[in-house]
Design a protein around this ligand. Structure first.
Ligand code: GLU
Length: 421
């Protein structure tokens, strides 16, 4: 059988629970081969008049539980294997928080900082023209991801609506509030992570004022979680952006750090803090470490040097599979990305629901519902941790894979129920 499209990384991850769930070949195929892969190259006119071709991807991994859902990233390292893995993770993530969605991910291989705003607009619109026939509120619903934001979602929505000749707000989420976006979507990923940390801290008896936190990454997710945890009374002792980090054992005033970053373009050289490298930040002796930048930050090279008690994965895939095993042996608790950062897609779901009703909720209503979804997901996970006596990642994988395969079986795509279920 043709297996060219298999996602190797997904295979490695599924392998960890394949025995427990007694997965056969048909199940493994569903979990490791994406349903649809779009790879394209498209022309964009630059400000200079030159025409440049850009490479884009959209992978729709699995849609057994509903339309596929997931962000679009702009990054020079974007490649098909990465997008496949991230689409697989979205499939699991949507299931972990019980959304009626499958999973997808997209990306364009660019360094966005090298392009003007007008060029980014044309790159964004061009991307939508390439995938227009494969997206829709009941097919596949894109959203922001690394280096994409509500402004880009607005251009993408506009392009899609121009093509279709009608309003279709539910085709994309993470839109500006003035263009049918949801209140609180902008900081929902971080708020969701903070709710999860709150649940964990409660269980571990960690008091915010006595809990030190280091946050890697100062983009939308990193900055907002640092701000929220600081407002909740946690001691945020270190933060970093893509260039550098800063550290103060007594805690940083995140509001001032944000103002400093806005003024100088970096977190480094912040008054009263010591400049540190990104690598040093990861290895600090803190209670909580929040990797909120890119994937593969904690690897087998540095996993042994990690001293935090708990890692909250706010980025997608910041801990490699090998590092995960090392951390487990060191008794470091890892709250996996597919739970920790699911707040973004939960509020994306609320946005899509509001779009379909044409009726909009207040920020408090959105946050209340978000809290319920996140805490329910923590409870579901804890139950499976107890049932299988396993770590959090395994529990989340077991639970979501069981649900995805059951949906496939009910559709007639699998002959047998999952054995352990
Ligand atoms: N890019 C975000 C994620 O990785 C959000 C996806 C969405 O809202 O669809 O979860």
């Amino acid at each position: 059988m043709e297996k060219d499209n298999v996602c190797i990384d997904c295979h490695n991850q599924v392998d960890k629970v394949a025995k427990i769930l007694k997965l056969g070949q048909a199940e493994l195929d569903i979990l490791t081969i994406p349903k649809r892969i779009l790879t394209f190259s498209y022309p964009v006119k630059l400000d200079s008049g030159e025409i440049r071709y850009f490479t884009g991807y959209r992978v729709q991994f699995n849609d057994a539980r509903g339309p596929t859902k997931g962000g679009i990233r702009f990054h020079p390292d974007v490649n098909l294997e990465e997008i496949k893995t991230l689409a697989f993770l979205m499939t699991l993530k949507c299931t972990v928080v019980n959304l009626p969605y499958g999973g997808a991910k997209g990306g364009v291989m660019i360094e966005p900082k090298r392009f003007s705003e007008a060029e980014i607009e044309r790159i964004s619109r061009g991307y939508i023209r390439e995938i227009k026939d494969f997206i829709g509120p009941d097919i596949d619903i894109p959203a922001p991801d690394v280096n994409t934001d509500s402004r880009i979602m607005a251009w993408m929505l506009d392009e899609y609506e121009k093509i279709k000749g009608r309003h279709v707000p539910g085709v994309i989420t993470g839109k500006p509030v003035a263009l049918h976006g949801s209140k609180a979507r902008e900081f929902s990923t971080s708020m969701g992570g903070a709710y999860v940390l709150g649940e964990m801290a409660g269980a571990l008896n960690l008091k915010p004022a006595k809990t030190s936190v280091a946050v890697q990454g100062f983009g939308n997710v990193g900055m907002n979680i640092a701000r929220i945890l600081h407002e909740w009374g946690y001691k945020v002792v270190a933060v970093s952006d893509s260039k550098n980090g800063i550290y103060n054992a007594n805690g940083l005033d995140i509001k001032d750090v944000i103002a400093h970053k806005e003024k100088t373009g970096q977190v480094a050289k912040f008054k009263g803090a010591k400049d540190i490298s990104n690598e040093e930040l990861l290895e600090l002796k803190t209670d909580v470490l929040v990797p909120a930048a890119l994937e593969n930050q904690i690897t087998k090279k540095n996993a042994n040097n990690i001293k935090a008690k708990l890692i909250l994965e706010m980025a997608n895939g910041p801990v490699t599979t090998e590092a995960d095993d090392i951390l487990l042996k060191k008794d470091i608790m890892v709250v996996p990305d597919i739970l920790a950062n699911a707040g973004g897609v939960v509020v994306s779901y609320f946005e899509w629901v509001q779009n379909s009703m044409n009726f909009y909720w207040s920020e408090n209503e959105v946050l209340d519902k978000l809290k319920t979804y996140m805490t329910n997901a923590v409870k579901d996970m804890s139950k499976v941790c107890g049932e299988f006596n396993c770590d959090m990642r395994k529990a989340l994988y077991i639970n979501s894979i069981r649900k995805i395969l059951e949906a496939e079986r009910l559709r007639g795509n699998l002959a047998q129920p999952v054995k352990s279920a």
